[in-house]
Design a protein around this ligand. Structure first.
Ligand code: G1P
Length: 319
């Protein structure tokens, strides 16, 4: 059975981006001019998904408005004969059929996914976390669907994670079985680095058989007393093979400040109207001779050390 349905959990509070996310959903933060969630929705569509469920919560109305028609704005743009913008705005609302389900209170990723059980029914489905943007010719979700079609089993996307970030991910223990493919032997949610079973972490893309729902329920609350998807995956792997696939592509964790900045820079460099000006500006920032501070930063010196060095040099010159 092919994968036509997908869930995008978007009910999280976005505390890493406060205060911006106090009154706006983190999924609506723009990379240049496009909200993060649009990239995720486009990945789903480009992977063959036809039926999309977004799990929202309180304070997430802007997401529904964004993918809806906006008659006043459209009329305004039509009156101004701004056809380019008008088409852009209309394209967004005609992307795909989206259904919204509310998670009444944040209770973990596993719980958010359980909210969609009735809508999914007895079919395989994809999950795309709203924070991750993955750049690649063939979308990451489509790569997972290929694996699913080959083996007929749940497959999660993974990549190597730096040691100091292991405690931010679900970390797998896997047995290599083919190129870039492991059979899952265990998965642990946010382990202390010294206890992590490997350095390979689950990023925000998954394809599941419907049995995952009962496994999430069976697993019950885990880390932070929340219902964790990772625990459900571990239960599933005891009765059904689960695969972990090292996807092709470049991933940005836009839920993290540095990841967000990196995504903005990379997307600006991919944008033909911005590329040259941005490159020129970055070149100036990095090479400007009258700003040794910036040069030191470029050479990897910590900001504090660089400031101390400049201060002491200025003091020596003055005296
Ligand atoms: C979630 C999952 C975690 C996964 C991560 C990927 O964590 O619980 O297993 O590795 O997404 O981004 P979160 O980032 O929501 O804390």
């Amino acid at each position: 059975m092919s994968v036509k349905k997908a869930i995008i959990p978007a009910a999280g509070l976005g505390t890493r981006f406060l205060p911006a996310t106090k009154s706006m959903p983190k999924e609506m933060l723009p990379i240049i001019d496009t909200p993060v969630i649009q990239y995720v929705v486009e990945e789903a569509i480009n992977s063959g998904i036809e039926d999309l469920i977004i799990i929202t919560g309180r304070g997430k109305k802007a997401i529904e408005d964004y993918f809806d028609d906006s008659p006043e704005l459209e009329m305004h743009l039509a009156n101004k004969k701004n056809t380019e913008m008008l088409n852009l705005v209309r394209d967004v609302s005609s992307l795909v059929d989206i259904h919204y389900i509310r998670q009444k209170e944040p209770n973990g990723l596993g719980d958010a996914i359980l909210r969609a059980k009735k809508h999914i029914g007895n079919e395989p489905f994809a999950v795309l976390l709203g924070d991750d943007i993955i750049m690649n010719g063939k979308p990451c979700t489509a790569q997972l669907i290929d694996q699913f079609e080959k083996y007929g089993r749940s497959t999660i996307a993974v990549e190597e994670v730096p040691y100091d970030k292991l405690s931010s991910y679900g970390i797998i223990k896997g047995k290599p079985v083919a190129d870039s493919l492991y059979v899952l032997e265990d998965i642990v949610e946010k382990p202390a680095p010294e206890k992590a079973p490997s350095n390979i972490g689950a990023i925000g893309r998954y394809v599941f058989t419907p049995e995952i729902f009962d496994c999430i329920k069976e697993a019950g609350p885990g880390v932070g007393n929340e219902i964790q998807l990772t625990d459900g995956i571990r239960v599933l792997s005891k009765t059904q093979k689960v695969y972990a696939y090292e996807f092709k592509g470049k991933r940005f964790d836009t839920g993290d400040k540095l990841g967000y900045i990196k995504a903005t820079i990379d997307f600006a460099l991919e944008n033909k109207d911005l590329k040259d000006d941005v490159l020129e500006y970055l070149g100036k920032v990095l090479s400007s001779e009258d700003t040794p501070f910036r040069k030191m930063l470029f050479e990897g010196m910590k900001q504090k050390d660089a400031l101390t060095k400049i201060e002491s040099e200025t003091f020596e010159v003055e005296n």
